[in-house]
Design a protein around this ligand. Structure first.
Ligand code: DCP
Length: 260
């Protein structure tokens, strides 16, 4: 799949019922998804980024007013940290919560500005409920951090959610930011998120393999027919697109091309 197949696809599959197109940015930890998403947003007013709800995973407390009333001093948990510190104990819980909060975020209606746009508005997701399952949860299962029963339960509720809500967050394309695990490790160290201090290169290598199997080799067993046919635009994210204006320009050109 290349840029032209993504373009062809987006023309033919424009869903008249949906006022916006949705595209997800996928890639390894710290590859630069947020930077790239901001770049897209600044390049065109018709692109709106929905960021990943990482802060919710770092900061969990009772959400409903009833819960707050019953325990005003509820402790705040950092589930991201708990998962990295004790993956066997917390991976299932983390994967449940990250997928649920992502879906909740992505189900929010697009802003009016986007709906009123005369051009073709695009909502850009940082990751998707599909990478939650086919990259992270699957990887944790294969590493033995999610056991067979947890994996069965995860897949069961994930499939139900996709059946019920999938059409509301349906993707027209995926942008795969592809970089070597070594490059991601450099960027991860540079950004220094405290919870990720213990992340080792072999973990990033495992996640890289999962991305390759899903988006390049297409050998991951995917359970949703529509997802199998989604076009993928691959970008070489080893380039320093944050600091190099030429690399930035090249990325934008490739992505805007798919909108014609
Ligand atoms: N994570 C996870 N399981 C998921 C989703 C995310 O374990 N299903 C973890 C990986 C990271 C953190 O959550 O430690 C944030 O995930 P991302 O890689 O999506 O976000 P980044 O901030 O690393 O992206 P980037 O630097 O590319 O913008």
């Amino acid at each position: 799949p290349n840029v032209s197949s993504l373009r062809k696809h987006s023309i033919s599959s424009k869903d008249a019922a949906s006022p916006v197109r949705r595209v997800s940015i996928e890639g390894n930890i710290a590859v630069g998804k947020s930077t790239f998403a901001k770049l897209l947003q600044s390049a065109s007013p018709d692109w709106e980024v929905m960021t990943e709800p990482v802060s919710e995973w770092q900061n969990i407390e009772g959400k409903t007013s009833k819960e707050r009333d019953s325990s005003p001093h509820a402790t705040v948990s950092n589930l991201l940290q708990m998962m990295y510190q004790d993956p066997q104990r917390w991976s299932y819980t983390f994967q449940t919560y990250s997928c649920m909060t992502r879906l909740r975020t992505q189900l929010q209606p697009p802003p009016a500005r986007l709906l009123n746009s005369k051009a073709l508005p695009v909502q850009v997701y940082e990751r998707s409920i599909y990478s939650d399952r086919y990259i992270f949860a699957l990887n944790m299962f294969e590493l033995g951090c999610i056991n067979a029963t947890e994996w069965m339960v995860y897949q069961d509720w994930h499939s139900l959610l996709v059946e019920q809500f999938g059409h509301q967050v349906e993707l027209e394309g995926i942008i795969y930011l592809r970089a070597s695990p070594q490059k991601c490790m450099e960027r991860l160290k540079l950004r220094g998120r405290p919870e990720e201090k213990g992340v080792q290169l072999d973990y990033l290598e495992g996640l890289h393999e999962q991305h390759e199997k899903w988006l390049v080799e297409k050998s991951t067993e995917i359970h949703f027919k529509k997802l199998k046919n989604i076009p993928v635009l691959q970008l070489d994210a080893n380039m320093e697109f944050k600091s190099d204006p030429e690399a930035r320009e090249e990325f934008i050109t490739k992505v805007t091309f798919i909108r014609i």
